[in-house]
Ligand binder design. Structure first.
Ligand code: NAP
Length: 320
């Protein structure tokens, strides 16, 4: 089969397409023929060698994908060859024609969703669900700010929050992105580059402040986030690309909490809860990933440039 391989950490161009042996499922493993693979920012950090946990070289990047179960190992109970599935995590990497997964990493993909949509679920919807419900413990009626709502995680968060009865404020940096965030269910949409955007958000909350902030770029926004929180507000740091100065008094005055999170820290039980909720949302139609751009598998390097350098519009996927 064809797979993207990384032999040395470095720039996107270290990713090359090669012929490799098909993976064979062992006990409790499922082999999926992939029709799409999701591209996530974390894939670029890992490829560059800057991520704290490094895979052994050479490796195939990618955590998310969707396709058809081709074969199963001994002891696999939930899947059979021919099943339509999405994968959230793999053993062998998802930038490939086939991926080997643990049974717990494989989930049903309803017929009404495309494979590209299925490949957009694992990391973005997993992170958004964990941030909203397992960290912030958001409840219906609260006001949530999705600070960076036009990308993979942001769109997932808007859909999940709206379906759960939260009042949703989303931000995006382009008119196209803001239109998308509005379409996906945000009650209000703000430009995060407007110099007064924090004041606009405070005003939208009637001056009370927001209960929950999902922060996509904490190194830019965290200091100001604390100033627009309601009493007992919570900020969940999902993304950050540097350091930031905060005034802890803003948090003290509000009994506020700042949570950090990385989806990879979720336990097996928490992941089971996350994907049970996602599968339910796919079935009832409240969750439906937006695929912004598709690239052929051999253009993996281009997709890494794109995800780090372009304005966001939903999800970016590779098609093997
Ligand atoms: P993405 O699809 O590239 O989206 C990036 C988002 O950041 C866009 O909505 C973009 O908006 C927004 N943004 C840019 N400048 C901003 C600003 N000044 N203030 C607020 N938002 C801003 O990436 P993604 O997949 O959604 O991931 C987003 C971040 O979360 C990445 O850093 C990723 O590494 C991290 N992440 C963490 C976890 C975890 O487990 N902790 C899981 C998934 C992702 P515009 O382009 O419209 O300006």
């Amino acid at each position: 089969m064809k797979a993207i391989r990384v032999h040395n950490f470095g720039a996107p161009e270290v990713m090359i397409i090669e012929d490799v042996h098909d993976p064979m499922p062992g006990i409790g493993e499922v082999m999926v023929r992939l029709h799409a693979a999701g591209v996530n920012p974390v894939d670029t950090y890992i490829r560059s060698g800057l991520y704290p946990s490094k895979p052994i070289l050479p490796f195939t990047p990618g955590m998310d994908g969707a396709g058809i179960v081709e074969s199963i190992g001994q002891g696999v109970k939930r899947f059979a060859p021919g099943d339509r599935v999405y994968v959230a995590g793999t053993i062998s990497g998802s930038y490939a024609e086939k991926a080997l997964c643990r049974e717990s990493q494989v989930h049903n993909l309803p017929q009404k969703l495309s494979f590209a949509q299925g490949a957009s679920l694992g990391v973005p919807y997993g992170a958004a669900y964990r941030a909203l419900f397992q960290k912030a413990k958001s409840v219906p009626g609260e006001v949530v700010l999705v600070h960076g709502a036009s990308g993979g995680v942001g769109i997932a968060a808007v859909q999940l929050a709206r379906a759960a009865g939260l009042h949703v404020i989303g931000t995006a940096g382009t008119e196209k992105g803001r239109a998308l965030v509005r379409e996906q269910g945000a009650h209000h949409v703000i430009d995060h580059y407007a110099p007064d955007h924090m004041e606009q958000i405070l005003k939208l909350s009637g001056g009370r402040g927001v209960d929950v902030i999902l922060e996509i770029l904490a190194n830019v926004n965290l200091g100001k986030d604390l100033g627009i929180l309601a009493q007992n507000g919570r900020v969940v740091v999902i993304g950050s690309r540097g350091t930031v100065e905060i005034d802890p008094r803003h948090a003290m005055m509000r009994d506020a909490s700042i949570y950090g999170m990385v989806l990879m820290n979720a336990s097996e039980c928490e992941m089971f809860i996350i994907h049970s909720a996602i599968e339910a949302g796919l079935e009832n139609g409240s969750l439906s990933p937006v695929v912004g751009r598709e690239f052929p598998l051999h253009e993996a390097a281009r997709s890494h440039h794109e995800i780090m350098e372009s304005k966001a519009y939903g999800k970016l996927v590779l098609i093997p």
